[in-house]
Design a protein around this ligand. Structure first.
Ligand SMILES: Nc1ncnc2c1ncn2[C@@H]1O[C@H](COP(=O)(O)OP(=O)(O)O)[C@@H](O)[C@H]1O
Ligand SMILES: [Mg+2]
Length: 235
């Protein structure tokens, strides 16, 4: 079967700065794939390229067999790509419920059903349904950002550094839900600097270094890899 997402020899730049070079990557249906690397490695650029916010300098991206070049961001979203951006952007003046509602494109019944599914995934959000965005803790805001992305029932969810700025306990709580998201039928591409945690939950992973893929493989193998252990896992 064809992968859900295929990134082929992708390069991207910002003016003279090369952010991605010859990146080859794929996400198959039913997978959680981690995109690992230090700050500035190119993780966000790759995710933004898939969503359509960054136009590649070279290479191609296919989603569900369709070439994405020239396809608008909203079209990609309609096609089933969900995106929870870095920095958990939620509407601060809207309640949790409203944040979820406005992210939905479905009718009333399906919107309510999706909302229930999000609350089931993140019970902490259910308790805060009436609270305003700005009143939430960092962890709750991250849950809401992911919840918003899930309101469209995406087939592919792009998660950009959900653990950024979160305590270890909240990181565990948020990243710990990725498997449940995959089980519910949404494949996940997860950009993370928290390599140890990401390798615990992902099926496969790619390691980016200054815009290039330097390692890839099953997460289980990468956890044992001496270079990864030395560079990222403090071994
Ligand atoms: N809007 C931008 N303008 C110029 N350079 C950028 C921009 N966004 C990212 N970069 C540069 O591109 C490279 C990759 O950045 P990014 O994709 O954000 O990495 P990561 O998400 O892994 O931290 C870095 O060198 C970064 O400074
Ligand atoms: Mg980033």
């Amino acid at each position: 079967m064809r992968p859900l997402l295929e990134v082929k020899a992708l390069s991207a730049r910002y003016g003279q700065i090369v952010a991605l070079q010859d990146v080859v990557l794929e996400v198959r249906a039913g997978e959680a794939v981690a995109l690992l690397g230090a700050n500035g490695a190119g993780k966000s650029t790759l995710i933004k390229s898939v969503m359509g916010f960054v136009a590649p300098a070279a290479g191609e991206i296919f989603y569900d067999g369709r070439r994405l070049a020239g396809v608008a961001v909203c079209e990609r979203a309609r096609g089933g790509i969900g995106y929870a951006p870095e920095g958990r952007r939620v509407f601060p003046g809207m309640s949790v419920r409203e944040n979820l509602e406005v992210a939905s494109r479905a009718g009333r019944a399906r919107t309510l059903a999706r909302m229930e599914a999000v609350y089931e995934l993140f019970p902490a959000l259910a308790q805060k349904a009436a609270a305003l965005g700005w009143q939430l803790s960092g962890g709750q805001q991250q849950m809401l950002a992911i919840g918003r992305a899930l309101m469209t029932a995406p087939r592919l969810l792009l998660l950009d550094e959900p653990s950024l700025g979160l305590s270890p306990i909240l990181t565990k709580e948020v990243l710990g839900r990725v498997r449940a998201i995959v089980r519910s039928g949404t494949s996940v591409l997860l950009a993370e600097q928290n390599v140890a945690k990401a390798l615990e939950i992902a099926d496969r992973a790619y390691v980016l270094e200054v815009g290039r893929v330097v390692q890839e493989g099953p997460a289980q193998e990468l956890r044992q890899n001496p270079r990864i252990r030395e560079a990222f896992l403090g071994a």
